[in-house]
Design a protein around this ligand. Structure first.
Ligand code: ADP
Ligand code: MG
Length: 450
């Protein structure tokens, strides 16, 4: 249908023929048509008394004319006085604003906000840095490089920054991608039939932003072209004071596939690590998750879990979920110690992790290969020693996830590249060599029997 002015003009023409010219000029002519939908026609009278006159004397005839114009359709007619008009407009503006907001919904995970992030000793500096860049994008630490073990909150923080900026600076363009997505996008653009255009689109997507969040940079491919492309985008952003935030599970110097020039760029900003949370923080996180996710559990249960799961927050959450789930199976709404105990009796992994130390691993490897502790951490390079040493290094990394530097210290101050080499060697062999897998399995079994 036409717009509200046109419809109202046609209704007026018809009305003019049916009412006195005095009534027409006094009541109908001053009416302002405001809006029309399929259900409702909204008109504004020049005063409250005019509104009442119109409703009392002319409403039926207006409806009649409308029906004639639309082959019998009916519509709700609302007449507002000038005050009501203002209210009406304000309400509508709010509605459209809300609509716009939901339309351009934040691409970031809703639950990963700063508010939902529990701050403790292990992450307070990272948290402060993340907040600072979110509040002053491009003005403070650039790039901000965050690293830390699996499940310690890196991705959560990236999304929190994204959510914060989306909310506080809606005009800024923020792009989030894991380095794998970035690489895929790049490779796809190269393979596209309209290569030039797709490459431009790719560069626009990542380069034409105010804030770039890159997750899991440790998976950067060692392909020269990808790193080259990343380097240029990264450099341009930094030079133009656009904020870049990067996450990794290890510090730049330990990312083997990273080119030197990127490494030195990363180091030129601010680098922070997230550590494993202490018991108070773990408990606080459990309380928060229990409340947010509605995994209800008795306080004693939260304590029990916090004491036992000390490596990674994802596991901490997982355990709470599991315990709650067990409770619901027996019809309970709140998890009790019964379920907590049950859940831990099923899993030995967490328990072994708790008691396992690097020294125990080294000792077990020594027993297995029948070599001495002193030799394995010493300088000898004979095959009989080198092999057990590699297994020990691999296992310490695999089971305890210690940083390479720390592992190096355990082995007589070896440098992290040596450690990395040993670890990678076993990782590679595990893929192809059955014997290696058997050895690893047998040693791991020793820990379970301890
Ligand atoms: P990462 O990216 O470091 O592997 P994530 O950011 O994915 O880890 O975090 C894993 C889980 O732990 C997520 O559900 C996240 O919400 C939660 N988490 C991590 N750190 C915290 C924290 N400080 N407060 C609350 N939840 C946290
Ligand atoms: Mg992550």
């Amino acid at each position: 249908m036409e717009n509200v002015e046109e419809v109202w003009a046609k209704i007026k023409e018809k009305l003019e023929l049916r009412i006195t010219s005095v009534s027409y000029s006094l009541w109908i002519n001053p009416i302002k048509p405001l809006s029309m939908t399929d259900e409702e026609l909204v008109l504004v009278a020049q005063s409250t008394s005019a509104k009442n006159q119109i409703l009392r004397n002319f409403l039926d005839r207006i409806l009649e004319c409308f029906g004639e114009l639309t082959e019998g359709k009916t519509i709700k007619i609302t007449v507002l006085d000038p005050n009501e008009e203002i209210e009406y407009l304000e309400k509508n503006m709010k509605n459209t604003k809300e609509k716009e907001k939901t339309e351009e919904k934040s691409p970031f995970l809703e639950k990963f906000t700063f508010d939902n992030f529990v701050v403790g000793k292990s992450n307070q500096f990272v948290y402060a840095a993340a907040r600072t860049v979110a509040e002053h994008p491009g003005e403070r630490y650039n790039p901000l490089f965050i690293y830390g073990g699996v499940g310690l909150g890196k991705t959560h923080l990236l999304h929190a920054i994204g959510n914060y900026i989306h909310e506080s600076y809606p005009t800024l363009k923020v792009e989030y991608a894991t380095i794998r997505q970035f690489t895929n996008d790049y490779v796809n653009s190269l393979m596209s039939s309209s290569k030039t255009k797709s490459l431009l689109d790719f560069r626009g997507k990542y380069g034409n932003v105010d804030v770039l969040l890159v997750d899991d940079i440790q998976f950067i491919s060692n392909k020269k072209e990808t790193q080259e492309e990343f380097f240029h985008i990264f450099n341009d952003l930094i030079m133009n004071n656009k904020q870049v935030i990067i996450c990794s599970d290890r510090p730049p110097k330990e990312i083997e596939t990273l080119e030197e020039r990127l490494r030195s760029r990363f180091v030129s900003g601010l680098i922070h690590d997230i550590q494993s949370p202490d018991i108070e923080t773990r408990l606080a996180i459990l309380r928060k998750k229990s409340q947010l996710e509605k995994y209800y559990a008795e306080e004693e249960v939260l304590n029990y879990i916090a004491e036992r799961v000390d490596t990674n927050i994802r596991e901490l959450e997982g355990k709470l979920r599991e315990v709650y789930f067990l409770a619901t199976l027996s019809g309970k709404k709140v998890a009790t110690m019964e379920e907590a105990r049950e859940s831990f009796s099923n899993s030995e992994v967490v328990d072994t992790k708790e008691t396992l130390t690097p020294e125990m691993i080294i000792n077990t490897v020594c027993d297995y290969f029948n070599v001495s502790y002193k030799d394995i951490v010493g300088k000898k390079k004979t095959k009989e020693i080198v092999e057990p040493r590699m297994y020990a290094i691999y296992l310490i990394y695999d089971l305890l996830g210690l940083p390479l530097d720390n592992i190096g210290e355990l082995f007589g101050g070896r440098d992290h590249t040596t450690i990395m080499h040993s670890r990678n060697k076993i990782t590679e062999e595990l893929k192809s060599n059955k014997k290696t897998k058997t050895i690893i399995d047998e040693i791991k079994n020793q820990f379970k029997n301890d």
